[in-house]
Ligand binder design. Structure first.
Ligand code: FEO
Ligand code: CA
Ligand code: CA
Ligand code: CA
Length: 588
């Protein structure tokens, strides 16, 4: 099959200097022995069904399903999936949300049995959360809003079982939580609304998809399909009067059908008091996992688009480098490079995520590429935008002007210990014209691309190749489609999670690739209707956390997981705690 090993990358741009940057928490390992020692889940065992499957060498435990109280000793009762009841909005604000997605574990002590888990709650449909297709009251809207966002939850392994503990760190961050803005667009009129001209009442994060984390110990949550939560009470006529930016970002009178605008004017695109509210979403948001008094900060220097995730590396001169996908068919891959050494910036009281350059990727067909800077100093952009704040707020439109390469839905990025950056391109059935980096037209099953940047991640040129084309795996034991979640471990393994209709009868899955040999094995499969997403590990990498998101798409006829199969109990998004039975590093 068309799985490339590491060999083609010897021509990487930074090979000339021999420089390889450092990956946070990672070390460089010599290539050689196979990294995959486990028996894979077979096609038959991984078939779609109501319960997950895992390699016989591994086991899993269920952690923090939707509806788990943040405080196990508090007054709030767990919501267990009873189809005849729902949490109150107030209770949901103190519970784990739905739509488990990107996450990271911040260690307490050595972190191997104790830490603070930050986890995204990307979305839950109205039928799943409310038990009906549309909200009927503001209380319904608040329940939906509180089920979205982020959980910060202290967890500990007690008597062999990971569980939430009573904590002064645990908190929920949701659509109505106060937030602040920082960076070049923070004071822009584009973020001011008539109702809140000073941004003193800015609130909320939504559709938190994938994530990142910084070397200074903070969590980064990424706002993806924020457009879908806005609607217009004027109806379809709104669409005729959309601004070019609203159209480019996919705003629509009906949104995704959440109906928040019917009871919460902040999400009504036609409410004059809330003009520009939509510009407050679509950012990377920084959260302090250890201090709940710290307000989440939206980092505008990293641009506004449908942020999938952010992979952070430390580059030449100690500059922080962030790789980010914009998940939409024909959208782009971006990177952010801090202005100078991140430690020096922080010593001066400046966030490394506030001052830096934002670039968008152009993949040339000959295997080279260029990072194009989104700067108002470029006459092409100065002709169309009034200042850097506008360039960042409408980053997609700026990238259009620069001639970035339209990709097949960039999802997660990850930086491997050899300096390669990998990105999942999940699929693009609408592609009619192939290019080198997106070689299939159409591309219904996706692929994974990788590249190496010059100058220890900080340069403006790179070389790239295709790591794997999902279609080439079909009909084999390593069949997969729609790659999405992605994490490179420090040994050279690549963990791949899928989101979409798998082939060969499979449920969505977690696979592990050996990037030295190209071999891929299936570690875990989920349940009917779900996707597998989110990746976090303990520092010793003997425990891995991943999620089943939207199990059964909320339909109890498909699965009742994590409850026993009864055909009635509503399935709930939850985390799998994955360990190797012999106590080895996960993936081995
Ligand atoms: Fe939230 Fe593109 O996945
Ligand atoms: Ca995703
Ligand atoms: Ca996806
Ligand atoms: Ca998803």
């Amino acid at each position: 099959m068309a799985v490339a090993g590491n060999k083609p990358l010897v021509e990487a741009a930074n090979a000339a200097t021999g420089e390889i940057g450092t990956v946070e928490g990672g070390t460089l390992l010599a290539q050689g022995n196979t990294l995959l020692g486990f028996t894979p889940v077979s096609l038959a065992a991984g078939a779609e069904g109501p319960v997950p499957a895992i390699s016989p060498d591994y086991e899993y435990q269920v952690l923090i399903p939707w509806g788990t109280p943040l405080d196990p000793n508090g007054p709030i009762q767990e919501y267990t999936g009873d189809p005849n009841s729902r949490p109150t909005a107030a209770d949901q604000a103190e519970m784990i949300g739905i739509g488990h997605d990107g996450m990271w574990l911040f260690p307490i002590g050595n972190g191997n049995d104790h830490g603070v888990l930050c986890i995204n709650h990307e979305f839950g449909t109205n039928p799943h959360v409310l038990g009906k297709s549309a909200p009927e009251t503001l209380e319904d809207v608040r329940l939906s809003q509180h089920a979205h966002g982020v959980s910060v939850v202290e967890i500990k392994k007690i008597s062999g079982k990971w569980q939430p503990v009573t904590s002064d760190k645990s908190r929920r961050i949701h659509v109505n939580t106060p937030v602040t803005f920082s960076g070049p667009a923070a004071n822009s009129d584009l973020l001011k609304t008539p109702a809140d001209h000073s941004l003193s009442n800015a609130k909320g994060t939504v559709n938190n998809c994938a994530n990142g984390y910084t070397p200074w110990g903070t969590y980064l949550t990424c706002e993806e399909n924020f457009n879908g939560y806005f609607g217009s009470n004027e109806g379809v006529v709104f669409n005729d009067n959309r601004t070019p930016a609203q159209e480019r970002y996919g705003f629509d009178f009906d949104g995704f059908g959440y109906g928040w605008e019917k009871f919460d004017p902040r999400f009504d695109l036609s409410n004059a008091a809330h003009t520009n509210e939509e510009n407050r979403f679509g950012w990377v948001v920084e959260i302090d996992p250890m201090d709940k008094s710290q307000t989440p900060v939206k980092r505008t220097a990293m641009g506004r688009f449908k942020h999938e995730g952010v992979a952070v590396a430390t580059g030449r001169g100690g500059r922080i480098v962030c790789y980010m996908g914009d998940d939409e068919a024909f959208d782009y891959i971006y990177k952010y490079v801090s202005a100078s050494n991140w430690q020096a910036m922080r010593r001066r009281g400046i966030s490394p995520l506030d001052q830096g350059k934002l670039y968008v990727a152009k993949f040339n067909d000959n295997g080279t590429g260029n990072w194009l800077e989104l700067t108002i100093n470029n006459p092409v952009l100065a002709a169309k935008f009034s200042d850097q704040a506008e360039v960042l707020t409408y980053a997609r439109l700026a990238a259009d002007e620069l001639g970035a390469t339209p990709m097949d839905r960039p999802e997660w990025t990850t930086v491997a210990p050899d300096g390669s950056i990998y990105c999942t391109l999940t699929n693009n059935s609408g592609r009619q014209v192939a290019n080198g980096a997106n070689p299939l037209a159409p591309n219904p099953d996706g692929h994974i691309i990788r590249w190496r940047d010059s100058q220890q991640f900080t340069g403006t040129t790179f070389t790239w190749d295709i790591f794997v084309i999902a279609r080439d795996t079909h009909g084999t034991e390593t069949s997969f489609a729609d790659p999405d979640g992605l994490w490179a471990d420090p040994d050279g393994r690549l963990f791949i999670e899928t989101d979409g209709g798998q082939k060969d009868g499979l449920a969505n899955q977690l696979l592990v690739a050996d990037t030295n040999t190209g071999e891929i094995r299936r570690l875990l499969t989920g349940v009917d209707g779900d996707e597998i997403t989110g990746l976090a590990v303990t520092p010793d990498r003997k425990t891995l956390f991943c999620n089943t998101q939207h199990p059964g798409n909320g339909n109890p006829a498909l699965t009742n997981f994590p409850a026993p199969t009864d055909g009635v109990t509503i399935p709930r998004d939850c985390t799998f705690v994955v360990t190797r039975k012999n106590g080895g590093v996960v993936g081995s």
